[in-house]
Design a protein around this ligand. Structure first.
Ligand SMILES: Cc1cc2nc3c(=O)[nH]c(=O)nc-3n(C[C@H](O)[C@H](O)[C@H](O)COP(=O)(O)O)c2cc1C
Length: 364
């Protein structure tokens, strides 16, 4: 094995990359992952978030993204989600942001609204779907009163309700800047509210927010515009589901068009995922199964993208990062298994990582 060291070329995953004006020290990013650990059900992050997100930054991640963080109380997936709709939550995020910075990584918050998938049980609960109001659940909203099996029927948002959603994202973005976040990722994937508007399977509206792709994309684009105005200097990413994996659903062509329009309004990077709108469907789930979606979206939209999905093998990741347009990878579950994955991968690749934490030098 040849030893890479200062002066010789780093493996591509350890090269810096930029999201607009923000530079991340490498291309191994932490995928957003809900922790259901805002224990007081007040949306305020806790010691769990500090340990959880902090360990990835200490372990050499290039960029850390938080879990889906709600822009309003009713937009939470569960009562244990984090939020950014009040100042107490800003105060709660600050130490997490500061610690990740101290470990050398920028941090972005994934801003979200769960729409019809809000008010849900935690995934390890014996029950699935909506929590009833009697047990602390709440009314959900969506583009149309179209439900998912096991979930309550959502209330169709009217024009005022849509404007409130946009405002929720705008003010949450301002609060993210106050907390010190470097970036915002808009969650327009996985069957949550923005994706519910994008997909014809969940959006049957006949007003300017439904029908044509331009209309279905209007809410996402309104939010891109509002967030860009609120925080012109923060990096801005959008996560999309590039396909619903379902007949008559949102398509790869449509996802590329939405990405391009978002780029025109100031979004700088697209995080390409898939699915989540229709449950119980089958799709290929081998390591890298979403890479072709990312490659195509990058080509068709001209936007820089990240790929995600069961990635864990360093040489596989190197080959993905050689694909034009794929500028970074996101790791989710592999980071849960190995929070220091970048340190371990660097060792495996014989690369002398310059930001190995001094306190851990003896393990190098
Ligand atoms: C525990 C857990 C929580 C997740 N929460 C979110 C989330 O909050 N937002 C999101 O966009 N994706 C979420 N995801 C999806 C991941 O970000 C990622 O796209 C997916 O797990 C595939 O990557 P992986 O195979 O590396 O885990 C979650 C996944 C896991 C395992």
């Amino acid at each position: 094995m040849t030893m890479h060291s200062a002066g010789t070329a780093a493996p591509r995953m350890f090269e810096p990359v930029s999201i607009g004006a923000l530079t991340t020290r490498n291309r191994i990013w932490v995928s957003p992952m809900c922790q259901y650990a805002a224990y007081a059900e007040d949306g305020v992050p806790t010691d769990w978030h500090l340990a959880h997100l902090g360990s990835f930054a200490r372990g050499g991640a290039g960029f850390v993204l938080t879990e889906a963080t709600a822009t309003s109380p009713e937009g939470r997936i569960s009562s244990l989600d984090t939020g950014l709709w009040n100042d107490e939550q800003v105060r709660g995020w600050k130490p997490v942001v500061d610690f990740v910075h101290r470990m050398g990584a920028p941090i972005g918050v994934q801003l979200a609204h769960a729409g019809r998938k809000a008010s849900a049980h935690v995934p390890w609960s014996e029950q699935a779907g909506s929590v009833p109001e009697a047990d602390g659940g709440w009314e959900t909203v969506a583009p149309s009163a179209v439900t998912l099996p096991g979930f309550r029927v959502p209330r169709e948002l009217d024009a005022a309700g849509i404007a409130e959603v946009v405002e929720g994202f705008r003010t949450a973005a301002g609060r993210a800047a106050e907390a010190g976040f470097d970036a915002i990722e808009l969650h327009a994937a996985h069957g949550y509210l923005l994706h519910q508007f994008l997909s014809p399977l969940s959006n049957t509206r006949t007003d300017e927010y439904g029908g044509s792709l331009k209309n279905r994309a209007r809410l996402t684009l309104d939010i891109v515009r509002a967030v860009r105005e609120a925080v012109p200097t923060l990096a801005l990413l959008v996560r999309v589901s590039a396909t619903d994996w379902a007949q008559d659903g949102f398509t790869e062509e449509e996802a590329a068009a939405v990405a391009r329009w978002a780029g025109d309004l100031g979004a700088e990077f697209v995080d390409v995922s898939s699915g989540g709108l229709v449950h119980g469907i089958h799709y290929p789930a081998e390591p890298g199964y979403q890479v072709p979606l990312a490659e195509r979206l990058a080509r068709d939209s001209g936007m820089p993208v990240s790929a995600v999905g069961r990635l864990s093998d360093p040489s596989h990741i190197e080959s993905i990062l050689a694909i034009p347009g794929i500028e970074a990878v996101m790791l989710g579950r592999e980071f849960l298994r190995q929070p220091h994955w970048p340190l371990i991968a660097a060792r495996e690749l014989g690369y002398d990582l310059p930001y190995w934490p001094e306190r851990y030098f003896r393990a190098k």
